[in-house]
Design a protein around this ligand. Sequence first.
Ligand SMILES: NC(=O)c1ccc[n+]([C@@H]2O[C@H](COP(=O)([O-])OP(=O)(O)OC[C@H]3O[C@@H](n4cnc5c(N)ncnc54)[C@H](OP(=O)(O)O)[C@@H]3O)[C@@H](O)[C@H]2O)c1
Length: 205
Amino acid sequence: MKIGILGTGKVGVTLASKYAAAGHEVLVANSRGPESVLGVVSKIAESVTAATASEVVRCELVLLAVPWLKVPDVLSPSLTWEGRILVDTTNIYASYKQDLVVANLHGDFGSEIVARLAPDAHVVKAFNTLPFDVMFSPTPANMKRVLFIAGDDQAALKTIADLVAQVGLHPVAAGELAVAGRQMELGGPFSGLELFAAVRQESSA
Ligand SMILES: NC(=O)c1ccc[n+]([C@@H]2O[C@H](COP(=O)([O-])OP(=O)(O)OC[C@H]3O[C@@H](n4cnc5c(N)ncnc54)[C@H](OP(=O)(O)O)[C@@H]3O)[C@@H](O)[C@H]2O)c1
């Protein structure tokens, strides 16, 4: 699959590296143009390409991995998604580099804002409920770490569940954006919740 990633920070680079290793073609972009990403990309894999944001958003599946306050700039109304999948990895921090400051959404919810900014995309919320250092840290023997996903389109959820499994996590589809998406947001019951699923042992008989 051709996967586009908007953002080349912790989340973007980690997922670019893992999906390249899993055999996908990956395009990555930040806000400063492909030249500024070349140094990052050269350290990842040959199948990762530095691109412009407009090239990235034309990929079959796009991972949104930018700071929350940049989301309205990235999801410009001029973009058309035509049913492609947009994976929202964001958390609604107004600031997270030093002190953690949560943005005031005045009762609204992050993924629903994302879905309204990209009305013709199938939005799936994923990869946001745990810090990445935790998400990909070692697990107890015969266990996989659970990753919650939420979305309204069953085919998109199935695609993301498969991609989550490809990076060694155990996907749990928790429900629709307006229910589970809210529960995955900062302060919700799934935010920061670390669970493990037993890996099923296949019988050799
Ligand atoms: N880090 C974690 O453990 C973690 C876990 C779960 C969820 N998240 C969420 O995932 C998102 C990304 O987190 P992160 O830790 O990867 O952040 P980060 O390290 O600060 O990286 C953010 C990236 O977004 C890029 N960016 C900013 N504005 C952009 C624009 N207009 N177009 C394209 N790219 C743009 C930045 O590049 P330039 O500014 O250089 O262009 C940078 O590469 C955040 O919303 C965060 O809350 C993070």
